[in-house]
Design a protein around this ligand. Structure first.
Ligand code: SF4
Ligand code: FES
Length: 368
């Protein structure tokens, strides 16, 4: 196999701690506690190596990345090396001064997630009182600080009827971009799938509305629409392909080809504190395992789309078929596709609606 090109992007999950408890969270169900997190010097070393490796943008995420008191230092380290920084935040802990300090440190972009377009929905999903008002306030401070803003709207059965209002909210907040992202069913979202999956008609309605809004708001608001895999015809090229152009780092420094890769327990993952990042990217077993297309089985192996979507998502293939090398069941060519669609439709019609909130140490017990 030819040597891989350099990675372009990095998802840095600085911490799994978070004041919110969203049941759609893509973090692993087995969340890491604060004492497992890398210290400041270790993150600075990781980011220095990332810049040397050619990484152009780092998404600072979590959990809630603003809970790290060293966030400004981490942003400054990346900015000094010309790396574009995007803060992905729930925003409830951000003050006006903190946002100004982050902007001064060189932060390039802020992405704030909204669980709903009104206080009731936001509080129901986030399990955090007063979250909505705090997010609105922080979004305005972001714009006052001159930073570009993306409103991130994770969509599922509890808020799918608010897609239109999300467009109004993004306009009202002077956002540059709105991401209407149907939840991807990994981590906590997979655990909650019967409560969160929308039905096929709702998804089709959303798509029509978003297409129209996109056209109407050209030049005013960029709208990205992420369809739910379970109702797709073809899967997305998850992470742009395994080990192709991006990597993820967990709070304890474990380096992964994607944020959910640890669900593939047959793989061994290295830590950035034990082995140089360049070596992990170029030569480690975990990154090599599903890189390119040679590992594929049929129908992917002989499919003309294999260099476009790389067979979809390995973690989803494992979760839904028991085989991480199988064709992602989101694909219509997968023998498991029809069963997946039936399951999703049934869940949307008869799912209990009981939410399991994300909590460190709860291991997925329903919240009373
Ligand atoms: Fe993609 Fe595999 Fe489906 Fe072809 S068969 S479209 S490569 S997932
Ligand atoms: Fe792991 Fe898609 S989330 S490959």
């Amino acid at each position: 196999m030819p040597a891989p090109g350099p990675p372009l992007g990095m998802l840095a999950e600085l911490t799994h701690r978070c004041p919110l408890q969203c049941p759609y969270c893509s973090n692993p169900v087995d969340l890491l506690k604060s004492d497992a997190e890398l210290d400041t010097d270790s993150w600075l070393e990781v980011f220095t190596q990332a810049a040397d490796l050619g990484i152009l943008q780092v998404h600072l995420s979590g959990g809630e990345p603003a809970l790290r008191q060293d966030l400004e230092a981490l942003v400054a380290c990346l900015a000094e090396r010309g790396v574009y920084t995007n803060l992905i935040t729930a925003a409830v802990t951000l003050s006006e001064q903190r946002i100004a300090d982050l902007a001064a440190a060189g932060l390039d972009h802020v992405q704030i997630s909204f669980q709903g377009t009104n206080p009731e929905t936001t509080e129901l999903i986030s399990h955090y009182k007063g979250a909505h008002e705090k997010k609105l306030r922080a979004a305005r401070w972001v714009r006052d600080a001159g930073l570009p803003l993306t409103v991130n709207a994770p969509i599922h059965r509890c808020n799918f009827d608010q897609v239109e209002q999300f467009v109004d909210l993004a306009l009202e907040l002077d956002a540059d971009r709105l991401e209407i992202a149907n939840v991807q069913y990994y981590g906590w979202a997979y655990l909650n799938r019967t409560a969160l999956l929308p039905g096929p008609e709702e998804v089709a309605r959303q798509a029509v509305f978003v297409e129209d809004a996109r056209e109407r708001l050209t030049g005013i608001l960029n709208i990205d629409f992420v369809t739910p895999d379970y109702y797709a015809e073809y899967p997305k090229p998850c992470m742009g392909g395994w080990g192709n152009d991006a990597m993820a780092i967990m709070p304890d420094g474990t380096v992964l080809p994607c944020h959910a890769a640890q669900t593939i327990t047959s793989l061994n993952f290295d830590r950035a504190t034990d082995r140089p990042l360049a070596e992990i990217w170029n030569n480690s077993d975990a990154f090599e395992r599903f890189r390119g297309t040679e590992w594929m089985q049929e129908p992917c192996r002989s499919c003309p789309r294999k260099d476009l979507d790389f067979g979809g998502c390995r973690c989803q293939a494992l979760a839904l078929t028991g085989d991480a090398a199988a064709t992602d069941p989101a694909c219509i060519k997968s023998p498991n596709h029809d069963a997946l669609r039936r399951m999703a439709t049934r869940a949307s019609e008869t799912g209990s609606g009981e939410l399991i909130y994300r909590r460190i140490g709860s291991q997925g017990e329903p919240v009373a």
